[in-house]
Design a binder for this molecule. Sequence first.
Ligand code: ZN
Length: 276
Amino acid sequence: MIALTAPSSAEDDAYLNKICAEPAWSSYLGLWASCYHAYRVHGGNPWSIVGSKFPAALGTVQQKLYETRKSVTRFKNLRSQQVASCPMCGSSVTGTLDHFLPKETFPEFSVMAANLVPACTSCNSSVKGSTYKGESPEEWLIHPYFDTLANSDLWEIRIIQPYPAARFEAIPSSHHPPSVQKRIAFHLKYVLGEQFQRACTNAWATLPQYMRTMGPTAGPISVADIHAELIKLVSYHYITTGRNAWLAAFHRGLLEDLPAQAFVAAKATTLTRLAL
Ligand SMILES: [Zn+2]
């Protein structure tokens, strides 16, 4: 989850003008431009944006515009731009473009760059699917272009005991007001899938060996040793992947969890340091 600079509205408008220069679309420029305007005014909020006002048959054609044009330079550049982690879910991979408001429901935004977010394949397919809002107005996904929420800590991971077979829960950071926490919880629910659980399982299973290797060469590993290394890890994640990437949230959650740190310290103490 990363806040990104929104693509240029002038370029979006210019591209729309180009499409509407074609006879089939020429009478729809005004309507279409007003849809783009509403999207920007409401920051992509599906609770405020009225659904397509285009005839249904035209919506089907609009939806397909992206498929036929996804190889054009502007979309290729958007897809391949350098981001530290997936702006939607915080995984370490990107490489596809996700329609923030799904093109099936909002075909008029099919080729609007402001609605196309660089994302991982999971966000662009199975996990999030066509979800874009929930039951109440607080529940809609966090928009990388129009929300600045992701500039602060959004979430962290809670480790659920028993530690030898731990489970992992993603929870909103408590410093946000309740309505914002509700939105973050909705976002987490719909962007984190099985791969996220596997990444947590691996990070947890390998942490004692990491701490043994990075800590004192011999003797007990203390909770203070674990705490000091966690601070270094969190700092590293903030710099390399952003503060809301998976491992940043994982190690940040651990920083607040003394029993979990004690478990890691005890386990690390029994291990042998890896030769590096
Ligand atoms: Zn993702």
